[in-house]
Design a protein around this ligand. Structure first.
Ligand code: MN
Length: 302
């Protein structure tokens, strides 16, 4: 459902700013593609070199109804949350926070650090039966890797070619990071019942014979049983997919819900200091909820 029944489409990522002035590119949601499976949000940050004090600094803020999935490629980020988890994430690692009924967290570059930064943060919508569950947080220090035709394929979520990610998700989905330092070629199996999309994080490889431009999400739709990647030089591609979600969601600010009334209740609880607990030790100020307006039932999807 959704996504305008498009078979294949190139979708431009748009620039956005997070925290106090950190610029990223947001590939999902997009006017023409609200979700890929349960993946409902995709920010790509870097690669960039930041100066001291100019790294990521996102103060405490709440989430409901989703999982935040952070994949670190270069640099480090310190996560703190209202469950008391304090976790530094390093390259090659995943942080997976399940908001469920409500959690708050902060994300910042470690103090005094300067250097390269390259990461993606994705959100995964929780299905109705799971979205009110208790919050939790998991750090995955290592993910399974497949070496194939010069590519290094990291199975971030779901399965690929017999390798299974330990990341706990609640709908059938997949996430792959496919990287090479030089010329490479490979074919990987895909689940044809999933819809898939690919985003180039670095370089400009070919996917199934189509050039993948940096900053452009290639939406592939369903029915693809394999993926062929050709890269003339260093490149990195993120591939995400999943069973079409099948539930209408609302996405507003940091919340995924089903009705405007749920959004209003979550916003009010954040303002009043209810439900979302406390994040201790964050260097950034708590984020202020924006005004809630223009939110129609089903308005987050066409
Ligand atoms: Mn967050």
């Amino acid at each position: 459902m959704g996504n305008d029944a498009v078979k294949m489409e190139r979708l431009e990522a748009h620039r956005a700013v997070i925290g106090d002035g950190f610029e990223i590119r947001r590939a999902v949601p997009n006017r023409h593609c609200r979700m890929i499976g349960a993946w409902c949000f995709l920010d790509h940050a870097g690669p960039v070199r930041y100066k001291p004090g100019k790294g990521l600094n996102i103060g405490p803020h709440p989430h409901i109804g989703l999982q935040t999935f952070t994949w670190m490629i270069e640099g480090e980020v310190l996560h703190r949350d209202s469950l008391g988890c304090v976790q530094l994430i390093r390259p090659g690692q995943v942080n997976l926070m399940t908001a469920g009924r409500g959690i708050s967290h902060s994300e910042e570059s470690p103090l005094g650090r300067t250097g390269r930064f390259h990461s993606t943060q994705l959100w995964i919508a929780l299905p109705d039966a799971e979205r009110h569950r208790e919050p939790d947080f998991h750090h995955y220090p290592a993910l399974p890797v497949i070496d194939r035709g010069g590519f290094r394929v990291t199975v971030l979520a779901g399965t690929c070619d017999g390798e299974i990610s330990p990341a706990r998700v609640y709908t059938p989905l997949v996430g792959l990071d496919i990287a090479t330092r030089g010329r490479a070629q490979c074919t990987l199996p895909l689940n044809p019942s999933f819809e898939h999309a690919a985003l180039t994080l670095e370089g400009a490889p070919d996917l199934n014979g189509d050039l993948l431009e940096p900053g452009t999400l290639l939406y592939l739709g369903t029915g693809h049983g394999s993926l062929e990647l050709n890269s003339p030089a260093k490149s990195r591609v993120l591939v995400i997919g999943g069973v079409p979600f099948g539930e209408e969601i609302l996405l507003w600010w940091n919340f995924v819900a089903r009705t405007p009334a749920e959004m209003e209740a979550a916003r009010r609880d954040w303002i009043e200091g209810e439900r979302f607990g406390q994040v201790h030790g964050a260097s950034g100020k708590p984020l202020i909820a924006p005004e809630l307006k223009g939110l129609n039932p089903g308005g987050a999807r066409k």
